[in-house]
Design a protein around this ligand. Structure first.
Ligand code: ATP
Ligand code: ZN
Length: 218
């Protein structure tokens, strides 16, 4: 139907740190939908929008490929995937930083000390790029998908590169933050694929609602 063609498809994190805030934002701008917790796809009742609920790691590529028109995802994830998308808005939640950290009182105390070391991370591309840009060419980057902060204690790595917000997790694991390599926040991203005039209008409408909502919040 013409309706499904112009329906905006928005990717959001199914279950995680960004989910509640994103749902709250969407409800705050007047979108009505139900049962989002049980479904992969949810149709909005009063707006030509459907939500796709997926892992945050998949969001930038889905938006890049035009499977979804918009997505709410951390800048850290978009940067790591290197997806070709446009950032429409930066949002004030999911704020964190990607940082290099090592054992407090260990033999890594500054950036130069990372030379020759093993670094565990879920962000191998960003980590490698940062080290190369800082002329640290010989490191062994080990990619692990979760619980990165315990790698040094397990002697799987000398150091880590991981997301930090309060720093409490690092502290609890005897680690010290040494270098911030990326400051991050949740972003609204848009596909760079060609959009129909109908979808462009819907996005404009969506942004107007979002902006006035954000202003009211301030
Ligand atoms: P998924 O199952 O969707 O892959 P995940 O475990 O990768 O979830 P979460 O831990 O829910 O992801 O984090 C989602 C996003 O929240 C991160 O990519 C980041 O943008 C943001 N974030 C903010 N603070 C932190 C933090 N302290 N640790 C991890 N992520 C944070
Ligand atoms: Zn993830």
């Amino acid at each position: 139907t013409a309706d499904s063609k112009t329906s905006l498809r928005i990717a959001i994190q199914k279950s995680g740190r960004l989910t509640d805030k994103t749902i709250e934002l969407l409800k705050g701008i007047g979108l009505r939908f139900d049962d989002y917790k049980r479904n992969l796809m949810v149709k909005c009742r009063n707006f030509d929008v459907e939500l796709l609920l997926i892992r945050d790691d998949d969001i930038p590529e889905y938006v890049q490929d035009g499977v979804c028109d918009l997505g709410f995802v951390g800048a850290n994830v978009t940067a790591e995937t290197g997806a070709d998308v446009s950032v429409l808005r930066g949002l004030d939640y999911g704020v964190c930083r990607l940082s290099l950290a090592a054992r407090k009182d260990g033999d890594i105390q500054q950036l130069e000390d990372f030379e020759g070391k093993t670094i565990a991370t879920s962000y191998p591309r960003l980590t490698r790029r940062f080290l190369e840009n800082n002329n640290i060419a010989n490191t062994n980057i080990v990619t692990i998908s979760g619980a990165v902060e315990i790698a040094p204690r397990l002697e799987v790595a000398d150091a880590i590169c991981d997301l930090v917000s309060t720093g409490n997790t690092l502290k609890a694991n005897g680690l010290e933050e040494l270098e911030v390599i990326l400051e991050s926040e949740t972003q609204l991203i848009q596909t760079n694929k060609k959009l129909s005039p109908g979808k462009k209008k819907l996005i404009e409408k969506f942004l107007i609602r979002m902006d006035s909502h954000q202003q009211a919040e301030r």
